[in-house]
Every structure is written in C-alpha cells, then in structure tokens.
Design a protein around this ligand. Structure first.
Ligand code: SF4
Length: 212
C-alpha cells in the first residue's frame, strides 16, 4: 500500500482491532492503551485514540511500532473508496482517497469498474433487500463488499451503464450474499483457515475484518 507520508487513517479517530495471535504487536503497546473488544473472540483488543483522534502509537507523525503495527493497519487501504466510487466517513481519508486515480485500459477493466460501482450503489440504496440487516453499516464495509461481489453486477452493466444503478431485487441481494460467502470460503481455503461466513456486519462498529 503506497501510503508515503500520509497518516490520515492514523489520525481519524478509529479503533484498531488487534487479534490475540498478534503477540509481537500487543507486547509493544502499553497495556493501558488497550481494552477488550466487545463482542469479539476472547483476547481481541482495541487500541483507541487520543483527544485529537490520533492513534497514541503515532509519534512525531510516524508509527512508533511500524515494524510491528497491527494487521488491521497493514490491511487498511483507502483505495477501496476510490474504486467503489463512494466517500469515506472520515474527512481526511475522503480527501486522500479522492486523489487516487486508476487507469482502465481495456473494456474488461472498465466493465469491472462499473460493476464495482454498481455493487456499491446497490448496497447503499437497497439495504431493504438484505434480510436481517446484513447490509454493511459504513462506507468502508460497503466498498470492501462491493469489490468482493462485483462479478454479480457484471451481468447488469447493460442495465446500470448510464445510471450506475441496479433496481431493488431480493434475487440480486441473494446473489450478493452467496458471492460474499464464496469469496470468504476461497480466502479461508487459501489461508488454510476453517470457513467462517463473512457477510457479518456489526452496525455498532466501524471496523470490518482487516479494516478499521
Ligand atoms: S498502530 Fe501505527 S499504523 Fe496503526 S493506527 Fe497507530 S500509528 Fe497508525
């Protein structure tokens, strides 16, 4: 992730999840800066932020534990907002994300871009199609899910081409959920982890697995 000198995500009032297996990271953060993450597996911790919204491990504009920074920080990628065509929910990150530019040299690339954007719109505009409130609760989650399931929307490029919109349809929502589960199953297989369905959205948290 080409962050350069940017520290927008370190200064945007995010809680950072740290898994119990991240022992090297946890060992480098003072215990009084960590607290148990509610509703998550035992041992999962949260690193908070100071009164300015800055991560306390950010010292003189640099991550003081960079080599051991949490997995969440390593995985965070504000390009998802630009790819999905939606704004971040933090002003600094939204500003940073607007600066990303992508090239789409081939028609397939352009079709995929349109499908990702149509997916993001569908998720944002048709939450009612998803049973049990399974639609993401914040822009980062929407963007990530749109990227995971964009292929569902490739078939609607003709319909959504001009407006970028796909009509409300429970069948599309069902296909989205199936595509999300398949994506996670593939990822878990790749990482040798047991499959855990991932269209699991916690509306009370800004975070999704791997993201803050
Ligand atoms: S741990 Fe480091 S990379 Fe992560 S938010 Fe804090 S300062 Fe930024």
């Amino acid at each position: 992730m080409p962050c350069g000198e940017c520290t927008a995500c370190c200064t945007s009032s995010y809680f950072v999840h740290i898994g119990p297996q991240e022992t090297e990271t946890l060992a480098r953060i003072p215990s009084d800066l960590l607290f148990a993450a509610p509703g998550l597996p035992e041992g999962t911790m949260l690193l908070g932020y100071d009164e300015n919204g800055h991560c306390p491990m950010l010292i003189e504009a640099k991550c003081s534990i960079y080599e051991y920074r949490p997995l969440t920080c390593r995985m965070y990628d504000c390009r998802v907002f630009a790819a999905a065509g939606i704004a971040a929910d933090r002003a600094l990150i939204a500003q940073r994300a607007r600066r990303w530019e992508f090239s789409y040299p081939a028609k397939d690339d352009r079709d995929q871009r349109s499908a990702v954007r149509a997916a993001a719109r569908f998720l944002q505009e048709h939450a009612e199609c998803f049973p049990g409130g399974a639609v993401p609760g914040n822009p980062a989650q929407v963007a990530i899910l749109a990227i995971k399931v964009y292929d569902v929307f490739l078939r609607y490029n003709g319909e959504s081409g001009k407006t970028g919109r796909v009509s409300a349809d429970p069948e599309v929502a069902k296909a989205v959920m199936e595509a999300s589960e398949k994506f996670e199953a593939r990822r878990d297989t790749h990482h040798g982890r047991p499959h855990a369905p991932q269209l699991h959205i916690s509306p009370n948290h800004t975070e999704v697995e791997g993201f803050r």
